[in-house]
Design a protein around this ligand. Structure first.
Ligand code: SF4
Ligand code: MG
Length: 322
């Protein structure tokens, strides 16, 4: 039994298909990277797991389960309890996730209270422990700070402390370092990975940083326009990408010599509500697109281990298989 299981999950906003029948699993202790440009549906799919898609958004799935429990069939109250404790999420901008009106200590203690309880003194001790765990110096003195008194990096550490307060089995981190300075980014990622290993959490890391995913993820999912276009073990996918979109993303990394020309080949942006092409959604941007690509949507090829959604997946040399 997987920790998290999605089968054909879709999210629709009116006529707009933000997430289009995606399926994946996360195992206990596994780091899953989800990559793709903005607008690819990475965040929306995660918010739907948390039950955070509001009207008029509509979520449907053949299966959406956590630890074998069907999240869709669960009463609202029970699901909210689960998604605040066993599944936790941290967001891009810690400044907007923390409540500016309450102290750090108050916010951590509130999170602890909802899920475990204890005396005032016990809760305070646990809050200090958590701040220590996320590497905040002089934690005791920080409890009385308001969010505006913290730096961006410190705020994200506090958010992580709140997220892990209930010992989650799964942590979803949506671009957790995007709002931070480069040097701080690495520290926050190191912290997340350290906590993930120590507590054997499943970690879903949503990012546009492929180099990071290559370094820390066990498996990777590449999303484009709401669909999963490629998935598999991170090392394999990055060594020999089979989808032209993955190839283009990798080629746009600064270390890549082939960078420029490939990136030029992928000009344009992810299609929106009114310009979704027929056939393969990448066809207007794909350097290998054929007439078939412009007419017929490709199926998923491969097995659960490694999948690619393309009529002519690339071979190990990076050329389309005719
Ligand atoms: Fe490119 Fe065609 Fe593959 Fe789509 S199906 S990614 S257009 S080669
Ligand atoms: Mg996003």
């Amino acid at each position: 039994m997987s920790l998290l299981e999605l089968n054909n999950l879709s999210v629709q906003f009116g006529p707009f298909q933000a997430v289009d029948k995606i399926s994946y699993q996360v195992e206990e202790g596994e780091v899953l990277g989800i990559v793709g440009e903005s607008g690819s549906g990475k965040s929306v799919s995660s918010l739907s797991i948390m039950g955070l898609i509001d009207y008029p958004g509509n979520v449907s799935a053949e299966r959406l389960s956590f630890n074998g429990q069907d999240l869709q069939a669960m009463p609202e109250k029970q699901r909210r309890k689960l998604t605040g404790s066993d599944i936790a999420m941290i967001f891009q901008d810690p400044m907007t996730s923390l409540n500016p009106c309450f102290t750090v200590g108050y916010q951590i203690i509130e999170a602890l209270k909802t899920h475990q309880g204890g005396s005032k003194k016990e809760l305070k001790t646990r809050a200090v422990e958590l701040l220590t765990q996320v590497g905040i110096p002089a934690p005791e003195s920080r409890l009385d700070n308001y969010p505006h008194q913290l730096s961006g990096g410190m705020s994200q550490r506090v958010m992580i402390a709140i997220a892990i307060a209930c010992d989650p089995k799964l942590l979803i981190a949506d671009e957790p370092t995007t709002a931070l300075d480069v040097t701080i980014q690495a520290q926050i990622i190191d912290l997340l990975i350290e906590l993930q290993r120590k507590q054997r959490m499943g970690l879903v890391l949503i990012t546009h940083d492929l180099a990071l995913v290559a370094e820390v993820a066990d498996r990777v999912i590449v999303m484009y326009a709401g669909q999963i276009v490629e998935s598999g073990p991170a090392a394999e996918v990055f060594a020999t990408p089979k989808h032209p979109y993955t190839q283009a993303l990798l080629a746009s990394l600064p270390e890549s010599a082939a960078g420029k020309s490939r990136l030029d080949a992928l000009s344009g942006v992810v299609p929106g509500q009114y310009d979704r092409p027929l056939g393969c959604l990448l066809s207007p941007r794909c350097p290998y697109a054929t007439e078939q690509c412009r007419q017929v949507e490709p199926d998923n090829q491969g097995d659960l281990h490694r999948q690619v959604k393309c009529h002519t997946p690339l071979d190990t040399e990076g050329r389309p298989v005719a």
